[in-house]
Design a protein around this ligand. Structure first.
Ligand SMILES: *Cc1c(COP(=O)(O)O)cnc(C)c1O
Length: 387
């Protein structure tokens, strides 16, 4: 089943079958790991479409077809990490171009923009994208890219993708949406008007905390050509073994996401009722800001959430962070096992403190990636850790 032949209409069937065609030489039902750097040519310039593995690899091709299918796009490209995928998008730009980006997003994206690309003369303007009027107000003749993340990491803020796509189109800019937190099961930004979807495949797509990888999906052939050119020219390609792992992860994405969502609901409601908890950031609550938009653009709310304690000090947060037994203290998210993380010192330490606090990311904030274990066990664990 290829991206051009999308005959499986329902999501579950799509996730199981995306990109998989029996291996032509043996009939192997699973795409083999083509662990090769080069391909023997029949004559100079005569080959089977594979010349050198930085440019083409059959395992990667199967994954890229799968990525396109699961995001309702035409073309997928796989990268050696999520930030490598982001890096490729920014390399579409020229000095003098402007990017409007969310003021609350993954710390590594912020670091890449401010510490690596700003010095090449690309200007990044950070706004609160939860109110799209802020984006509209920041548009200039030089705006070439709008970069949003929804829900955001770690405050679970929601941005209206369709509304931003209208602004982006009017400005003649490209809209890229980091869809890592929602996953393609809960949200498909291309259907809502985005030009590019970006994923850290390390998270829900891989799903088992055993691979680092990134993805881009798009509909426009010209954009695909430019990004493919950057992929092969800059060389941030994933190895075939890693492509195999993400292909395997995708097959169970819908089943895992349903459980993440169910457990997320249970844990979020438990935390909200806990007397020592001040605030829970989870986009499934009816009183979450922009919940109405989340309800329209997302199929589920997932297992990512953050919370603060009534005692919003680093010490109190540290006590919880070091006393969970099931929730492992680690960066990353989206795996089958539950993780607990302290954004201020871990995932978001690369954002200056004043910037962080200004955007609501306080020193006491605790982030959870709720896994697919039994929700009762997870709640018991949090109960004993929060006290
Ligand atoms: C992890 C993450 C990234 C970066 O991806 P890597 O695979 O770690 O390079 C980007 N965006 C979000 C939302 C993430 O969670």
């Amino acid at each position: 089943m290829s991206a051009e032949n999308n005959i499986y209409k329902k999501a579950g069937t799509r996730f199981v079958h995306a990109g998989a065609t029996p291996d032509p030489s043996t009939g192997a039902i699973m795409t083999p790991i083509y662990q090769t750097s080069t391909y023997v040519q029949e004559a100079p310039g005569v080959n089977k479409g594979y010349e050198y593995a930085r440019s083409q690899n059959p395992t990667r091709k199967a994954l890229e077809d799968a990525l396109a299918i699961i995001e309702n796009g035409k073309f997928g490209l796989a990268f050696s990490s999520g930030v490598a995928a982001t890096d490729a998008v920014i390399k579409l730009l020229n000095p003098g171009d402007e990017v409007i980006a969310a003021n609350d997003m993954y710390g590594g994206t912020y670091r890449l923009f401010t510490k690596v690309f700003a010095k090449y003369g690309i200007k990044f303007i950070y706004v609160d994208t939860t109110d799209v009027a802020n984006i509209e107000a920041a548009v200039t003749v030089n705006t070439k890219l709008i970069w949003i993340e929804t829900p955001t990491n770690p405050l679970m803020n929601i941005t209206d993708i369709h509304a931003v796509s209208k602004i982006s189109r009017k400005a003649g800019a490209t809209l890229c949406v980091d869809n890592t937190f929602a996953s393609p099961y809960f949200q498909n930004p291309l259907d809502l008007g985005a030009d590019i979807v970006m994923h850290s495949s390390t998270k829900y797509l891989g799903g088992h905390s055993d691979v680092i990888q990134g993805a881009l999906v798009m509909n426009d052939a010209n954009l695909r050509e430019q990004l493919y050119f950057i992929q092969k020219s800059c060389g941030a390609v994933p190895g075939p073994m890693d492509c195999f792992l993400v292909l395997r992860g995708i097959k169970t994405l819908h089943v895992r996401m349903k459980q993440h969502n169910e457990n997320g609901y249970m844990v979020a409601h438990f935390l909200r009722k806990h007397p020592n908890v001040e605030k829970v950031y989870w986009c499934g609550f009816a009183d979450h800001p922009n919940h109405d938009i989340a309800k329209i653009q997302m199929l589920g709310f997932g297992g990512m959430m953050s919370f603060t304690l009534k005692d919003n000090s680093t010490e109190a947060a540290n006590r919880v962070l070091s006393s969970t037994k099931l929730f492992a203290l680690a960066e990353s998210l989206g795996g089958v096992e539950s993780l607990i993380n302290h954004p201020a010192t871990m995932t978001h330490a690369s954002i200056p403190r004043e910037e962080r606090i200004k955007n609501g990311l306080t020193d006491g904030l605790i982030r959870l990636s709720v896994g697919i274990e039994d929700a009762d066990d997870l709640i018991e664990d949090l109960k004993q850790a929060i006290g």
